[in-house]
Design a protein around this ligand. Structure first.
Ligand SMILES: Cc1cc2nc3c(=O)[nH]c(=O)nc-3n(C[C@H](O)[C@H](O)[C@H](O)COP(=O)(O)OP(=O)(O)OC[C@H]3O[C@@H](n4cnc5c(N)ncnc54)[C@H](O)[C@@H]3O)c2cc1C
Length: 406
């Protein structure tokens, strides 16, 4: 697209912010980002995520996007001494079964093929790296990926917004988009909810996370993604901890679908060991946090608390149920929508992959060289021949298996 053409990005979570960041870095200044939120609050999925950034993936495209995430977040965080947003603390994937330990050895070779260094530690080495998080009784060993890290997704988004803004992007806060506006099949802009004003643009990039399907449906587009609920719980503040954000690797237990990390004075953990719970997005709900489902999450979280040493004696703290989006093949939806010229999407991406997704969108929009991932692999229309039911079942089927994909 030409330098003078206007790009409107709808959504300023980590994905929309990353799209604006990369567009402006490539020299495109006519970028406006609209969000119903204010500049500080992050009511979408980004504001709820504990920020694990893991690169080893069964899907090579996800590994490419995640490696971009690590490199970009490290650089951004290093340049912002007053607001660190990423810590390269590594990740331990603890094996509690012989099968997982054997898998860990295979993962070392797989990682090498993807350019990600990893090695298998014995149980004592793993405990020494994260004594509060590794179960010394059950660990048989662990896969250690030193270059993985932990982000503060809200701080990261603020850094991306600030960098995009200083390079010329405009952010219009408290500006809900009511509808995408098409004329004779081509997208011409968006209509905002506050005033009903039509904001014209040459391209509109939808980056509204779990709300993506709502706006897309208004112009007859089905986005092949399913929103799911996910529990994350904290301990109360621990007397032995100070304000250091994180000082040990993120620890995952793939055999139990549990992951855990330090958050300053508290520890947090999440579990996927429950039946997947879809969530129907609605335009009227403005937060990705939904009521906690004790009946569905209770036993999975009780098992996770028994597994992670830091949780065994600790008083419980905040608990949340956050919604994020899944696709049938675990890859995000990135690129132009074939049936509505002018409409682009950057949807169903994790924090981990948001830097790579923003870079991919910017490179494709501005036609600057070859994008890092084959656009066909991320094309929003790649499931057009699938029924709604098949999309739904395949996407939900990956919920517990997120361990092997991300
Ligand atoms: C509990 C939980 C744990 C997670 N853990 C991890 C993790 O460890 N690692 C990881 O990488 N990912 C994790 N994720 C996933 C990750 O948080 C999301 O995939 C990611 O944040 C999505 O970013 P986004 O920018 O697409 O969406 P969002 O952050 O939801 O942003 C969308 C934005 O669009 C705006 N918006 C929506 N509709 C409109 C409209 N009509 N008009 C204007 N603005 C609108 C919203 O206000 C919002 O600011 C987790 C998610 C949850 C909920």
């Amino acid at each position: 697209m030409a330098a003078g053409e206007e790009v409107l990005v709808v959504g300023a979570g980590v994905v929309g912010a990353s799209v604006a960041y990369h567009l402006t870095r490539l020299g495109h200044e006519r970028v406006t980002v609209l969000d119903s939120r204010g500049p500080e609050a992050l009511p979408g999925s980004t504001g709820l995520a504990p920020g694990f950034v893991g690169q080893l993936s069964a899907t090579p495209e996800l590994a490419v996007l995640a490696k971009d995430g690590v490199a970009t977040y490290r650089a951004l965080s290093a340049a912002a001494a007053d607001e660190p947003a990423f810590w390269q603390v590594g990740c331990l994937e603890v094996a509690t079964t012989e099968e997982r330990l054997a898998q860990a050895h295979q993962d070392v070779a797989h990682g090498r093929g993807l350019g990600i260094e990893a090695r298998v530690l014995d149980a004592a080495e793993a405990v020494a790296l994260a004594p509060a998080l590794v179960d010394a009784e059950r660990a048989l060993g662990a896969l250690h990926i030193p270059s993985d890290g932990a982000a503060d997704p809200a701080a990261l988004t603020r850094l991306l917004v600030a960098a995009a803004e200083s390079a010329g992007a405009r952010f219009r806060w408290r500006t809900p988009v009511q509808a995408l506006e098409a004329d004779r099949g081509r997208l011409v802009g968006v209509r905002t909810g506050t005033t009903g004003e039509l904001l014209r643009a040459d391209r509109v990039v939808l980056a509204t996370g779990i709300w993506g399907p709502v706006l897309a449906a208004g112009v007859g587009v089905r986005l092949p993604m399913v929103d799911v609920q996910h529990p994350y719980v904290f301990t109360a503040e621990r007397p032995e901890l100070d304000d250091t954000p994180i000082d040990a690797p993120i620890v995952r237990y793939p055999d139990h679908a549990v992951y855990t990390r330090r958050h300053g004075r508290r520890y947090g953990l999440g579990s996927y060991a429950h039946r997947p719970l879809p969530w129907e997005p609605s335009a009227t709900r403005d937060s990705a946090e939904v009521p906690f489902q004790e009946a569905d999450f209770g036993s999975a979280l009780a098992e996770a608390r028994r597994l992670v040493p830091a949780f065994r004696q600790a008083s419980p703290g905040r608990r949340l149920n956050g919604v994020f989006a899944l696709t049938p093949d675990e890859l995000p939806l990135v690129g132009p929508v074939a049936e509505v010229p002018g409409l682009w999407v950057a949807e169903a991406s994790w924090v981990t992959h948001a830097a790579g997704v923003g870079r991919q969108v910017a490179a494709m929009l501005l036609e600057t060289g070859r994008p890092a991932v084959d656009p066909a692999r991320l094309a929003p229309g790649r499931f057009d021949h699938w029924s709604d039911r098949k999309v739904h079942e395949a996407a939900l089927g990956h919920y517990r298996g997120i361990y092997d994909a991300h």
